[in-house]
Design a protein around this ligand. Structure first.
Ligand SMILES: *Cc1c(COP(=O)(O)O)cnc(C)c1O
Length: 380
């Protein structure tokens, strides 16, 4: 029996279940308990799910904190009407962005003591500017490497700004074969405690994102956690002897593409650029109206799978910018205009971002964030 014709007239689209994102958010809240606030990370267009729709969903769930990467992402949320929750800008800001931070009530993560002073100078005269100071506790990316004494001296000189949070980011939270997380936490706590002795007690301390939540590193939860990947249904696989994973979350996104052609090839025919696939027997092929410009990794050429007529089937030949060829030898059900599943499940078969990432030699975050802007987002 032919599957029902799709109601969505797009060559490639994603269906995002906002109800599933809400369930995932509630799951994170229930795992961390009532004493820990959950900040919803919606950077990078909510990992491809659509920042505005996800932000609205989380606000309806009662979140008081959202986070984005850049000032620009924060401004877009504010301009679209996201008013009440605080918005943390995690990826740093540049001097020319300070005006927009103030104007749109965005809360920056500050990564250097020079920037603390710069903000304080710029904040004079306006409403007190709150910021979260990020400590580089050993990841070697953003954050200050200053000592607690230097931090305390700097904060002591500020008059118009408030250090509202102290934060750091773990480099290896899912890796139980590495001592890095314990070392980072010890560094962070040492600075936190020394600042407290100097009378500096920021209301929020936060160090954990999805993996530190999922694997129950409770000593890293403090009173706020930053959940991104978990909201979208994923926790990274652990390395080493990890404790049980606590989060029962499920993917919220299904990605489809339409067949634009179906045809039969004889044995020995070449498929796609470079002729990298030759049919070993007569084959039925389907040409999908989506390619690497939509976010299908070029690395999946001759390697990846999709789900067609309820079964996993192979990508054949080289993925093109706008087209991808697949094997349809197993079915006569599909015709041009029918949908194939690139990520999601159909009948018994399923394909999630982690499986695709393994085949493509990358991580699930990268798969989700690569679904391009021309792929329609539909909220269900
Ligand atoms: C992206 C990001 C997060 C969220 O991480 P997930 O693993 O997606 O939960 C948390 N904190 C910082 C600083 C980030 O950049």
């Amino acid at each position: 029996m032919a599957p029902p014709a799709t109601p969505y007239p797009y060559r490639s689209y994603v269906l995002v279940s906002l109800a599933q994102i809400a369930r995932n958010y509630r799951q994170v809240c229930s795992v961390v308990g009532p004493d820990v606030a959950v900040l919803g990370v919606v950077k990078a267009d909510a990992y491809g799910h659509g920042a505005l729709a996800v932000a609205r969903t989380l606000v309806a769930e009662g979140t008081r904190w959202l986070a984005v990467s850049s000032v620009d992402e924060g401004v877009q949320l504010r301009q679209a009407g996201i008013r009440s929750p605080r918005i943390l800008v995690m990826g740093g800001f540049l001097s020319y962005e300070v005006g927009a931070l103030v104007e749109h009530d965005l809360t920056p993560a500050v990564h250097s003591l020079e920037q603390v002073l710069e903000m304080d100078a710029l904040a004079s005269g306006v409403t007190p500017l709150r910021y979260h100071l990020k400590i580089d506790s050993g990841m070697g990316r953003l954050g200050t490497r200053a000592t607690a004494a230097q931090i305390a001296a700097t904060i002591g000189r500020t008059r118009h700004s408030q250090c509202e949070g102290l934060m750091t980011h773990f480099a290896s939270a899912a890796d139980y074969s590495s001592p890095q997380t314990g070392a980072q936490l010890a560094c962070f706590e040492g600075i936190r405690d020394e600042l407290a002795r100097a009378g500096i007690r920021p209301p929020y301390c936060h160090t954990s994102s999805t993996n530190a939540i999922g694997y129950g590193r409770k000593e890293g939860w403090h009173n706020l956690v930053r959940a991104g990947h978990a909201l979208y249904g994923y926790v990274s696989p652990a390395r080493g002897e990890a404790p049980p994973q606590l989060l029962q979350v499920a993917p919220a996104l299904t990605w489809k593409a339409k067949l634009v052609a179906v045809k039969d090839l004889p044995e020995g025919a070449l498929v796609g650029y470079g002729g990298t696939f030759r049919t070993p027997r007569p084959m039925r092929i389907g040409i999908l109206g989506a390619g690497y410009a939509d976010g299908i990794f070029h690395r999946l050429s001759n390697r990846g799978k999709v789900i067609a007529a309820g079964r996993l089937t192979s990508i054949l030949g080289t993925i093109s910018m706008d087209l991808t060829t697949i094997d349809l030898s197993h079915t006569t059900q599909l015709a041009p205009g029918d949908d194939v599943t690139l990520l999601g499940s159909e009948e018994g078969a399923s394909l999630d971002a982690q499986q695709i990432a393994r085949t493509a030699g990358t991580i699930s975050y990268n798969i989700l964030c690569s679904i391009s802007a021309r792929v329609r987002r539909i909220y269900v």
